[in-house]
Structures are given as structure tokens and as C-alpha cells.
Design a protein around this ligand. Structure first.
Ligand code: AN7
Length: 350
């Protein structure tokens, strides 16, 4: 069957009508990859929902096709977002596709190179502010409440509607919901969206159970875990360097209703999971994405899955190529030798 994007495919679950102009890049339908390595470690079947294979390289495209289509339907000409990078890349691409202006506020010096390149090449007006993501989001709220500009951060409910389709796809592939769903938490839109998606799919009869939602924040950017706003969040996983998540309450609801948890993982644990995914599974995801796997490994070590059966799905939210600097910084540069067979054979070990 021809795949034409998540709105086309899941229309009956989405607030669209025949009048909605669908702005799509054929997002969604991303692979659910079985991880034999993690399965052997954890003892339950582990699957990776590889969202880095969306058109702009992150899960944001699911929400953005909805937000931009609905903005277009309402006659908007300008959209705006604050971003740690992926939202801006996605907003810029979808706005370009339908001839809208896109304005982006980013924390100066703190977004991954690939994401900045994307926002720029898609012609967004990119403004780096001397402040963090939370400052940027407050400024976006201020501008969009006073001027004819549509906000496309995940406080825009259409974003959540689109992103919930990730849960639908998992159920479609597995034939049911998994027992556990692990997911990185930044602004907390995605954990909110997945939980909504699982509940709606079960209500519609496409799943008979609901997963426990396992959310993971970076240790020094863990407001939900610490139950306080973090004024100066820090982490190498810049995508989730957020101290005051917009969807804080609904993330707690997802955690509590599902009898799951939201925990923190250190930068060391994130980097270890990041490298392990690439080296053992052949899957290159950005550091923030690896937080879900880091969290599963942390819980495994603590005995959380002992005596449990079933399946764990980990959302890998963005592609590793988004942040090439961090890969090179942590792995190193290639060895350089003369263009001669001898040093090459020596390096190989022959
Ligand atoms: C790779 O782009 O907030 O908890 O401005 O890029 O729904 O915020 C990105 C978030 C996880 C966290 N993984 O998702 C932004 C932005 C990656 C991300 C998250 C983000 P939410």
C-alpha cells in the first residue's frame, strides 16, 4: 500500500476534515526494529521505534504535519516555535513546503549542528537568544499571544494529536500494545502523546492492554523527577536540556495512570547507551534518544524487570547524524596512514 503520511493513514483518529489542506512529507511508518542485543541483556523482548527515519530526522514531523496543516486551514501565514533543534528543523521544512514564514528561537550555542543547518536551509528566520530553551518558549508565547503568528510548539494541541500516531504504529506492528514503553522526556509532549495514542487505540479495539510508560530525563535537567523547575539545566543531550516542561502535568498523568515511572539518567549512562546502540544494533540515534535505552538498562540493573514478561518498546526520537560533533568527540577521528598497503595491513592486524 502506498504510504502518504500519518494524517492520510490515521485520519479517523485525527481532528481533520475534507477541508483540511494536508501538508505532508510522507512522515511516519518508521521501522520498529527488534534489538537482539538488548533483548539478550534485559531478558524481555526489546524493540526500537526508530523515529530518526522521519523526513527531517525526528519524531517532530508527526506533530508538525498536523500543526502546519491546521495552521494552513486557519489561514495562518506565519508560524513560530522555540526549539532545542528538532522542532525548528521540522517546523522550517513543513512551513517551506506550504509557503509559510517560519520563525525560530533557539538557545544560543546550544543546538546540534545538523538541526541548525536544517532550519537555515529551509529558510526559517532563526534567532538565537542569549538564554535557554525555557526562556525561548516564554518569548514565543509572548509574541504569538500578541501578533498574528501561530505557535507550533507542543503546547499546540495538534502537535500531540499527530505524535500519538507513533503508538498506533507500534500496536499495528506488534498486534497489541507492549508491556512497557520507554521514552525520553524533555518538554514532555511526546510521552503525553504516546499515552493518549495507546489509550485511544485500546478504546477503538486495536489493543487489549496498555503499557507502563517509562519516561527518562537527563540527570541535571530532570524537573519532573526532582519536582522543581531547574533554572539552569545541563546535559550533553541538548535536545532534552529543558528545565520547565510545558506538558509537565500530563506527563505525570501518563506516568501515574499507566503505573509507570519517570526517572533520570546521567550523561554517562546516555553516552554508553548511545554508543551501544550504534555498535551492537547498527542503529544511530542522537544522545537524547538514547536516554530511553539508558533508562531501560538502569531499570534492568536495579531489578525492575525481574519476573516480568513481554515486550519493551523504546522510542529513539532523533537520528544520530543530527549531532555529528558529539559522535566524533566521543569516538575520535580515524587513523591516518600513507597510501600504501603495508600500514593498512598492519592496522587490520594481518
Ligand atoms: C531527539 O526540538 O523540545 O518530551 O525543541 O529533540 O516531547 O519535548 C525536542 C525534544 C526527545 C523530548 N528527543 O521530547 C525541541 C524539543 C529528541 C528531541 C525530545 C526532544 P518532548
Amino acid at each position: 500500500m502506498k504510504w502518504s503520511g500519518i494524517i492520510q493513514h490515521y485520519q479517523r483518529f485525527l481532528p481533520v476534515s475534507a477541508q483540511t489542506p494536508i501538508v505532508s512529507l510522507n512522515e511516519g511508518n518508521t521501522p520498529l526494529i527488534f534489538s537482539s542485543y538488548l533483548t539478550s541483556v534485559v531478558g524481555l523482548e526489546v524493540y526500537l521505534k526508530y523515529e530518526g527515519l522521519n523526513p527531517t530526522g525526528s519524531f517532530k514531523d508527526r506533530g508538525m504535519t498536523m500543526a502546519i496543516s491546521k495552521a494552513k486551514e486557519a489561514g495562518a501565514e506565519v508560524v513560530m516555535c522555540a526549539s532545542t533543534g528538532n522542532t525548528s528543523a521540522s517546523a522550517a521544512a513543513y512551513a517551506a513546503r506550504c509557503g509559510m514564514r517560519c520563525i525560530v528561537l533557539i538557545p544560543d550555542g546550544h543546538i546540534a549542528l545538523g538541526k541548525l543547518a536544517q532550519a537555515m536551509i529551509h529558510n526559517a528566520k532563526v534567532i538565537a537568544i542569549q538564554g535557554n530553551f525555557d526562556d525561548a518558549l516564554n518569548l514565543v508565547k509572548e509574541v504569538t499571544s500578541q501578533y498574528p503568528v501561530t505557535l507550533v510548539n507542543s503546547i499546540n494541541p495538534f502537535r500531540i494529536e499527530g505524535q500519538k500516531t507513533g503508538a498506533f504504529e507500534i500496536c499495528d506492528v506488534l498486534g497489541n500494545a507492549p508491556e512497557f514503553h520507554a521514552i525520553p522526556v524533555g518538554n514532555a509532549g511526546n510521552i503525553t502523546a504516546y499515552w493518549k495514542g495507546y489509550k485511544e487505540y485500546k478504546a477503538a479495539g486495536f489493543a487489549t492492554k496498555l503499557p507502563k510508560m517509562l519516561g527518562f530525563q537527563a540527570a541535571k535537567s530532570a524537573p519532573i523527577v526532582e519536582k522543581r523547575v531547574i533554572p539552569h539545566p545541563e546535559t550533553i543531550a541538548t535536545a532534552i536540556k529543558i528545565g520547565n516542561p510545558a506538558s509537565w502535568k500530563s506527563a505525570e498523568d501518563a506516568r501515574d495512570e499507566s503505573k509507570g515511572l519517570i526517572d533520570a539518567v546521567t550523561d554517562e549512562e546516555i553516552l554508553a547507551a548511545y554508543k551501544l546502540l550504534a555498535a551492537h544494533d547498527g542503529v544511530f540515534a542522537e544522545p537524547a534518544s538514547a536516554a530511553s535505552v539508558a533508562g531501560v538498562l538502569k531499570l534492568h540493573k536495579a531489578g525492575y524487570f525481574k519476573g516480568q514478561k513481554g515486550r519493551i518498546c523504546c522510542t529513539l526520537t532523533g537520528h544520530g547524524l543530527k549531532d555529528p560533533n558529539i559522535a566524533i568527540k566521543n569516538i575520535g577521528n580515524p587513523i591516518s596512514v600513507k597510501a600504501d598497503i603495508h600500514p593498512i595491513l598492519k592496522e587490520i592486524g594481518f
